[in-house]
Design a protein around this ligand. Structure first.
Ligand code: FEO
Length: 402
């Protein structure tokens, strides 16, 4: 049964007024959302009324109806934005128009981003780590938690209700009418995928943020997406720390990811020969994969784990193939900058794959090694030997860098 108008009591004075998005197919364009998602917003019924996060703009009618269930919007004095990506801030100014007394509360970056995203000025209050905000009979405490997932992010702690609002952290793209973690069934795969795509690049910030909340007497973690963690919050905080620490280990394990596509296995032969050369260079793990059917999540995970990437594609109609562009979409300079990279591929006559792969990887700030190996149609035994030599040299360089 669809429950699109429901307001849920998180505590006596904190209400969930978020919206369900069952139909979303991809989030931020690149992230698959097969379980849908939710945009969680919360109302705090204090002497000075406050809202934490808004929702994506397309859901304004549903969102407004929920706000009107809990208060007269004109009574709202503060709108706290722990994060300003438009899935959280999309209805901020629609709400502000009905809440003339309201001030927007956020980090310095958050207020700057809102000015750049929406309008040059508005009533606001910049808060920093350790600041508090008096709501009369309740107090908000702000905890610096940057880069989870933008530089603007922070957490908000409401001790009187033992509620911690965490925006993207500990969330998941998972839509379920019941919303509370003890009622939604298992969503662990959605949680892991969300962590991998949204938060893993910022693992060291995740560990720092978790350190900041360990001593709080938390009753409920109110996430920005997916279930409200009133029962199992510790499990998802612990899992986040585990995944983050695991991700921070990756650079210590030399691992080369060799993603390729190959219509007739010519480029595939090159991939295997390069892999063989890398293995001969020393103790390096090599992961060779035809990525024609790989999901974005699988690609993201392999790129994240890899200390180096060598990309293979044939030239077809003077271009490289779509799966390689999908691979490029999950390479993040913030995380992957400086990783050793290379290219290879077969071509028929004009050979644009060489330039397209090299420039694509360089534009993404990877460190392109040598000239790669690009051959006309079927590789000869000499060209396969050249691939092996390239692999050996590539592996040698990787080991030298340590
Ligand atoms: Fe849920 Fe980074 O936005």
């Amino acid at each position: 049964m669809k429950k699109d108008n429901q307001v849920l009591a998180v505590t006596d004075d904190v209400k969930w007024i978020g919206v369900l998005d069952r139909d979303i197919v991809t989030f931020d364009v690149v992230m698959e959302t097969k379980y849908g998602t939710t945009y969680n917003s919360y109302f705090i019924n204090a002497e000075r009324k406050a809202v934490v996060e808004t929702t994506k703009e397309a859901f304004w009618d549903t969102y407004l109806a929920k706000i009107q269930q809990v208060c007269d919007p004109g009574e709202i004095e503060y709108i706290i934005l722990n994060h300003t990506e438009p899935d959280h801030s999309g209805n901020l100014f629609n709400l502000m128009r009905l809440a003339p007394k309201a001030r927007v509360v956020g980090s310095g970056n958050a207020i700057r981003y809102l000015k750049d995203l929406f309008q040059p000025d508005f009533p606001h209050l910049i808060v920093k780590d350790g600041d508090t905000l008096d709501l009369g009979n309740k107090t908000l405490h702000f905890i610096g938690a940057p880069n989870l997932h933008w530089p603007d992010t922070m957490y908000t702690w409401l001790p009187e209700d033992r509620v911690l609002f965490t925006c993207d952290s500990f969330g998941a793209h998972f839509c379920h009418d019941e919303m509370f973690d003890d009622l939604t069934g298992n969503w662990d795969d959605a949680f892991k995928y969300y962590f991998d795509v949204i938060l893993k690049p910022f693992s060291r910030f995740m560990v720092k943020a978790i350190d900041r909340i360990r001593d709080l007497d938390i009753g409920v973690v109110c996430t920005g997406h997916g279930p409200i963690l009133r029962t199992h919050w510790k499990k998802y905080v612990d899992l986040s720390e585990h995944y983050a620490r695991e991700a921070m280990q990756y650079p210590e394990q030399q691992r080369v990811f060799i993603p390729y596509v190959s219509a007739y296995q010519k480029t595939g032969q090159l991939a295997q020969a390069i892999a063989e050369g890398i293995r001969k260079a020393g103790p390096i793990e090599v992961d060779v994969e035809d990525i024609e059917k790989s999901t974005l999540g699988e690609l993201e995970e392999k790129v994240t784990k890899a200390s180096a990437v060598i990309v293979g594609s044939p030239t077809i109609n003077q271009n490289i193939l779509l799966p390689v562009y999908r691979l490029f979409a999950v390479i993040t300079p913030l995380r992957d900058r400086g990783k050793l990279a290379g290219g290879f591929g077969s071509y028929g006559w004009s050979g644009e794959n060489r330039q397209l792969i090299e420039s694509g990887l360089k534009n993404l700030k990877l460190d392109y090694f040598g000239e790669g190996v690009f051959v006309k149609f079927s590789p000869t035994s000499g060209e396969l030997a050249q691939c092996e030599e390239y692999g050996k040299a590539f592996g040698g360089e990787l080991l030298k860098r340590g």
